[in-house]
Design a protein around this ligand. Structure first.
Ligand code: GLC
Length: 547
């Protein structure tokens, strides 16, 4: 039972469409700020940094899971959806965070993980204790095995983290897990499962949460009829015929969720994590469903003008058709940080690079940050919402050399130590130049930080007008001042250039090449790097906003 609490707070401004063109800052709670000296970030730490978040000019904060979890997958293995991991705090701490964020006019988005629970969730424990065919097992996907005596998995489906997607339990049945074995998949045809998630949505909405990020939204509906059809997530068919992902039936679930989210005033926002091609991804974002879906196309693109422009055009037009607003993502807790991706030779296999502890090929750190800054300003000038991952505002690089014994990502173990995984972008962010964890806390952090992290700390960048942090602050402030409407008009300016106008003369021009190009007329509002190529010239790998 939760303790009695004060009534939920609201942000100071009341625009129900706040999410359509928001800057949303993603916090990975265990790596943000540690106030109780256990090496793990906590909710009180996030609250203590709300003034910093406000200084970034962000509209909302998305918290990755802070729920009780055995941490088999960084908290995406949830043992109780309506509580707080005691190592991170209490429900009162979360209430205090929401209140403080709202006082600073920052909205709060929380993660909801509906595809699977933790194997420590009370439902899964009950399922294991119960017999085949029981209602306890029916909340998950238990099946008989194949082979003569059921000794083989029911199908050849593979887990996203490597290995079979099925694990056998002592009585001989197998259960499905699209991720780690500690993350059993729920059966969304089960009415108890549905009712419980609606309860979770209401419970956080009642606490004042403004929106939800929906994990693996494209995975909830599955075709479990036998014989099982093969699935190949890499090439999702466009007709919803994959047995595991992006099936048409999934939309009915989110229509139900929309009805719950619309019980609130203002309606709660939601964004789907749905790894599907743009024309199908936007279905999750329809006004009758979640409203937005992450667009990961830029996150998967090289730093290349043609590719950026093509992705932007495709996504703006797909969004327009669905009535959603587009989203833009360059980094998150699942991928190598974009400052690092852009500083490696094009086509580098980042998994292989991580296995060399980041030594081969050599990372051009400055170039990576220069390009990251240019990409960030381009994205912040686009209509739609921009999702910023913690540390991105510091131009932070990936931490590629975490000792093997300290790696936490299940991918490392499940791939037989051939893929290191995602820990390098989840290292606690540096707040100060020095100290045992660069200001993250008073003791060594749960993932070790590289020695050079202090140079990219908030303290080091705070008073430097040329720092990436200063650029972010100026960019979000200018965006707030300038942004109206959701229109964009392209300007032709050469093969290496992406240039467009928003409205009232606000223009963004990015030179993706290395040779300076002619800069259009206009007053410079902000540039991502020094404009030192000569009069009227835009240097390479630089974005300028003109007003
Ligand atoms: C999502 C999360 C990722 C997690 C996975 C399983 O892709 O972003 O971190 O491992 O879902 O929940």
């Amino acid at each position: 039972m939760s303790t009695p609490r004060t009534p939920a707070s609201s942000p100071r401004t009341t625009d129900p469409d706040w999410w359509r063109q928001a800057v949303v800052y993603q916090v990975y709670p265990r790596s943000f700020a540690d106030t109780d000296a256990d090496g793990l970030g906590d909710v009180a730490g996030i609250t203590s940094r709300v003034p910093y978040l406000a200084s970034l000019g962000v509209d909302a904060v998305w918290l990755s899971p802070f729920y009780p979890s055995p941490l088999a997958d960084g908290g995406y293995d949830v043992a109780d959806y309506r509580d707080v991991d005691p190592r991170l705090g209490t429900l009162d701490d979360v209430d205090a965070f929401i209140r403080t964020a709202h006082e600073h006019d920052i909205r709060v988005i929380v993660d909801v993980v509906p595809n699977h629970t933790s194997d420590q969730h009370e439902w899964f424990r009950a399922a294991l204790a119960a017999t085949p065919g029981s209602p306890e097992r029916a909340r998950y996907v238990f099946r008989e095995g194949s082979g003569e005596s059921g000794e083989l998995p029911p199908s050849d489906w593979v887990s996203n983290f490597g290995g079979s997607a099925w694990t056998r339990v002592p009585d001989g049945q197998w259960y499905l897990h699209l991720f780690a074995p500690e993350q059993p998949d729920l059966d969304w045809t089960n009415s108890e499962v549905r009712a419980d998630f609606e309860h979770t949505l209401r419970s956080w909405s009642d606490r004042g949460v403004d929106g939800f990020r929906v994990d693996v939204a494209h995975g909830l509906a599955k075709d479990l009829s036998t014989p099982y059809r093969p699935s190949n997530e890499q090439a999702l068919p466009l007709d919803g015929s994959d047995p595991l992902y992006d099936r048409d039936e999934v939309h009915e679930i989110f229509a139900t969720w929309r009805a719950v989210l619309d019980e609130y005033d203002p309606p709660r926002a939601a964004v789907a994590e749905a790894w599907a091609p743009a024309p199908r991804r936007v279905l999750y974002a329809r006004p009758t469903e979640l409203g937005q879906a992450f667009n990961f196309d830029l996150l998967e693109s090289p730093f290349d003008a043609r590719s950026f422009r093509e992705i932007i055009e495709r996504n703006l037009s797909a969004s327009e058709q669905s009535g959603a607003s587009s989203t833009w993502v360059l980094s998150n807790h699942d991928v190598v940080r974009h400052a690092t991706r852009y500083g490696l030779p094009e086509g580098t296999d980042t998994d292989a690079w991580l296995l060399t502890d980041g030594t081969d090929p050599v990372l051009d750190r400055e170039r990576g940050v220069r390009r990251a800054r240019a990409a960030t300003m381009l994205v912040l000038a686009l209509p739609g919402s921009s999702y910023v991952y913690q540390g991105e505002e510091l131009g932070l690089h990936e931490a590629p050399a975490i000792p093997h014994a300290l790696l936490q990502d299940p991918k490392w173990i499940r791939t037989g130590h051939t893929v290191k995984g995602r820990d390098g972008c989840r290292v606690p962010i540096p707040w100060t130049r020095t100290g045992p964890s660069f200001g993250f806390g008073d003791v060594a952090p749960h993932l070790p930080q590289p020695d050079d992290f202090g140079a990219s700390s908030v303290e080091a960048e705070e008073d430097d007008p040329t720092s990436t942090l200063s650029m972010y602050r100026e960019a979000t402030a200018a965006r707030r001042r300038l942004q109206r409407g959701e229109e964009l008009t392209w300007t032709e300016a050469g093969d290496d250039v992406v240039a467009f106008a928003r409205h009232d003369g606000w223009r963004s021009v990015t030179n993706f090449g290395t040779t300076p190009v002619a800069m259009p007329e206009g007053d410079v509002v902000l540039a991502s790097g020094p404009l030192d190529a000569g009069d009227g010239l835009l240097p390479g790998e630089t974005t300028v906003w003109l007003g």
